[in-house]
Design a protein around this ligand. Structure first.
Ligand SMILES: Cc1cc2nc3c(=O)[nH]c(=O)nc-3n(C[C@H](O)[C@H](O)[C@H](O)COP(=O)(O)OP(=O)(O)OC[C@H]3O[C@@H](n4cnc5c(N)ncnc54)[C@H](O)[C@@H]3O)c2cc1C
Length: 419
């Protein structure tokens, strides 16, 4: 498959753009593979890519029930950051940031990674102290963080209500400048193309409907395109984790599926060159390259597998937006949608061998798995190839809930909507 380059753009332009090849093949399923990855989202595709690239395992199939990008990888609001408090999370997400910084080159695909920064607003002195603590923890582990004064914020974020009479006055903020956004579809397509180029079969419209077992061991899957056997079966289905694992007889997981909505406004002239998060509720907003404001808030608050949400959250998100940016009141919402998030009980992911022999599990991404796409796939590929976790995901086990070794970054306990 051809390299994408300035020269290839020129050559194709001169020949009327009639000779571009599809970015990945559409093969039929083989009877067996070394590894099957269930789920053609960001994590499944990056896992297949790194299995091939880092471990030379290319007899791999990614099974996707719909089309690539139909899940959360194409539904998220694209924020990428590593601004956590606990060392397990900082190390993991900071390594992801390093992969993001070279991802377009690595994939030979422009994922439009834009390090425009993520700013967490503080509305009380106590909150600012808390941010200082988190910033120090980040800097201690080589992630970047800086505290910002209200004057700096007013300069960086035009239109934000900095008045003392605001409902929640802004007293400062925690900025991570290397954080930012990336184009989510391009991430799915770039990993798909990269995996395909190394020999991975990407099988779309291929839903897994059951697991093939020999005793306890998983030896393959039943799908809508027939049975496929495999030495190893890896599950990376995000919001569908409970549903898929039930097919293997696993009824209870420390995961709940919840709807999270996102919103895009009509296009405005560029004014917001960073991602801002509200400190007194769950609201965040950035501006896309096309000018639309991209924003979101809290979970809908009930368990669901529907990829759409309800009006109460719409009202809440809009009111939080106007608390920060009153001048945006006349701006119209262009579209909104929902995605099903796999909320873990401590807010941290699970990347592990098991829970059955021959099976590997990747889930628990909550609101924040897009930014983990590179490192999640990298660590999951390692875990599958070596039958053991890498040190970066060694703590992200399934049995940590059983053993009381939770990784609860916000200290909120087992309440998904607070993570
Ligand atoms: C509205 C919204 C905003 C978000 N914003 C951010 C953000 O700003 N930053 C951030 O870091 N994260 C964000 N996230 C979270 C992030 O999108 C997810 O954590 C991440 O995309 C999950 O991993 P994935 O890409 O592999 O999931 P998905 O893309 O959902 O992939 C899972 C795939 O599995 C497939 N599948 C399910 N069942 C089967 C089956 N039986 N057989 C075959 N295939 C199956 C699905 O069709 C799906 O394509 C957001 C999520 C939502 C919904």
């Amino acid at each position: 498959m051809a390299e994408y380059s300035a020269l290839s753009i020129l050559k194709n332009a001169l020949s009327g753009n009639r000779h571009w090849k599809p970015a990945w093949r559409k093969p039929d399923p083989k009877p067996s593979y070394d590894v099957i990855v269930i789920g053609g989202g960001g994590h499944g595709l990056s896992t297949a890519y790194y299995l091939a690239k880092e471990h030379g395992i290319t007899n791999v199939a990614v099974l996707e029930k719909g089309y690539l990008g139909s899940g959360n990888v194409g539904r998220n609001t694209t924020a990428v950051r590593s601004n956590y408090l606990l060392p397990e999370n900082i190390r993991f997400y900071e390594q992801s940031m390093k992969l993001w910084e070279n991802l377009s080159h690595d994939l030979n695909y422009n994922v439009m990674f834009s390090q425009r920064g993520v700013l967490n607003l503080a509305h009380t002195p106590a909150q600012l102290d808390d941010y200082a603590r988190r910033g120090n923890a980040m800097r201690h582990l080589d992630a970047d963080a800086e505290l910002m004064t209200p004057e700096q914020i007013a300069r960086l974020v035009p239109g934000i209500d900095m008045s003392r009479s605001a409902r929640f006055p802004i007293v400062g903020g925690l900025m991570q400048r290397r954080a930012g956004t990336a184009r989510h579809d391009a991430v799915a397509w770039g990993y798909a193309r990269g995996a395909d180029r190394r020999g991975v079969d990407i099988l779309e419209n291929c839903a897994v409907t059951g697991f093939l077992r020999e005793g306890d061991r998983v030896v393959g899957v039943a799908t809508t395109r027939g049975e496929i056997r495999a030495k190893k079966v890896a599950v990376a289905v995000a919001g569908s984790t409970g549903h898929v694992l039930r097919m293997a007889g696993i009824e209870r997981l420390p995961i709940e599926s919840h709807v999270l909505q996102a919103f895009v406004s009509e296009s405005l002239k560029p004014f917001l060159d960073t991602v801002v998060t509200f400190g007194m509720g769950h609201f965040y907003m950035g501006q896309s390259d096309k000018g639309g404001l991209v924003y979101g808030g809290d979970l809908d608050g009930y368990n669901s597998y529907a990829q759409r949400g309800g009006l109460p959250i719409v009202e809440e998100v809009m009111s939080e937006m106007l608390a920060l940016f009153p001048s945006l009141a006349p701006v119209r919402v262009l579209r909104s949608w929902g995605g099903v998030c796999d909320m873990s009980m401590d807010g941290s992911p699970i990347i592990t061998t098991g829970p059955l022999p021959g099976m590997y599990l990747n889930c628990g991404w909550c609101y924040g798995g897009f930014k983990a796409t590179p490192i999640s796939g990298w660590c999951f590929a390692w875990t599958i190839a070596k039958n053991a976790p890498h040190e970066l995901n060694a703590s992200f086990t399934l049995d940590r809930f059983h053993r009381g070794l939770v990784i609860d970054d916000k200290g909120q306990g087992a309440t998904p909507r607070l993570h």
